[in-house]
Design a protein around this ligand. Sequence first.
Ligand code: NAP
Length: 530
Amino acid sequence: MSTTALHGKSFIGKEPSAEGRRSFLATNPATGATLEPHFREASLGEANRALSLAERAFTELRCRPPAERAAFLDRIADEILELGDALIERAVEETGLPSARIQGERARTVGQLRMFANLIREGSWVDARIDHAAPERKPAPKPDVRRMLVSIGPVIVFGASNFPLAFSVAGGDTASALAAGNPVIVKAHRAHPGTGELVARAILQAAEKTDMPDGVFSFLHGAGSELGAHLVRHPAAKAVAFTGSLSGGRALFDMAASRPEPIPVYAEMSSVNPVFVLPGALKARADELAAGLHQSVTLGVGQFCTNPGLLVGLKSDEWSLLTTRLKDLISSTSPGTMLHVGIREGYEAGTRNLASVSGVSVAARSSLAADAARTQAQAMLFTAEASTFLEKRELSEEIFGPSTLLLTCGSRAELESIARNLHGHLTATVQGTAQDLLEYAELVRILETKVGRLLFNGYPTGVEVCPSMHHGGPYPATSYSHFTSVGTAAILRFTRPLCYQGFPEEALPPELRDSNERGIWRLVDGQFGR
Ligand code: NAP
């Protein structure tokens, strides 16, 4: 398929549709050039149709065997690959990200779809629990009680700007919601609408080839404040997935909570990902740490939710050496193209505000000027004393882009105090030696209460997609710290437990029958087994 085939319409179920009056063009952030075609914003009537179709599709989908949903997910992966270079080229044009990055992201997206297909084919994820009846129990008989996780209904997915494939139309949110047995309606991100349309077509092709009900997937263009809000408030919507700004995520969360029937909004929003550099590590490898931190801060022009925006260390010659080295590296970093003008403006405003705080210094910035016409931003290093951070809460706010704030502490107590004053983050990192870990055990104890993922001698950027990954964290990192948006556990967001009491074997879902015909892992009368 070539990108010239893009039509700029939404998909209401399998049908292309363009009833709205407003339209917009995508922009290539690297050149400022607009990209054809015009994308027509969906009307609220089209949104209503997508939701009614999804409601109808849900009644059918929830009764289909998991193997059918797995085949659908695998087929989506195949269809995405079949889009070939057209997808890569359009995504590069719309995001300014390098082709190699987009290719890597496509591999991750396809991998995630296949991972969820395998998960539901195997089946143990439903967390089946069976407690057999004991009619002779005294003083009261024990009933037969069985429970498992089931699907919930239509899920609204807001595509993220910073992962145009892996967290967008067929990204982890869509894959996990479909895997759980829910129809999905995507509110496309306006920064990559053509990429979105190509992927939406791949999903719909897959739906047709695997005989999924119409309405299992819809894809809508439009403004968040109008279309997005309407989708979230619609009574047929049962959950929302979002990755983006704190203001956007929080607005959607509040909207969903104030519905007559509140629904969950799984929002990943804002995280500074502090890195604590302990004395033993500094003594052993200050240079290497500076290089690693620089790489992590500037990777992808800093546009990762796990970007390390706060570096904390104790005053020492080695900390001064690391600071000097980092200054040199930041100065020699070329300005990079950001994903869209709004993100660049947010970065400019955030760094300007931080620079204006008394006690904060701009220690270094890219020596080359940023070209606004190419949506570029300079890398920046800020420095401050720990006491300034403790006095001024605004220093804790995320600045989305290639900058970091380096804090110098006068004592271990001050370093622990920084940790104690952190709000919730996705990650925290400790760089140290085994001896450091013993001496700074209290720091680790504090950080355990602040984040979803603790790293030792690593860098927070780069999130492995695997069953044990947790990509979440206390507010404001996410709206529900007990759920992840990466890894197989992401499916749990779009399910609820359903308990059957006293049902005969033949009337139960296969997962809860004594025969365990699917051979899944279950907790039967308190014992795990197949
Ligand atoms: P965004 O502005 O939060 O938008 C994300 C999506 O949510 C868009 O589809 C947007 O729709 C919608 N939306 C935003 N506010 C809304 C509201 N009040 N009501 C309904 N829908 C709303 O994120 P972005 O455009 O990707 O980037 C902007 C900033 O978000 C960045 O500068 C960065 O600070 C942050 N961000 C954080 C992460 C992270 O991983 N933590 C990732 C990406 C971005 P419209 O665009 O149509 O309004």
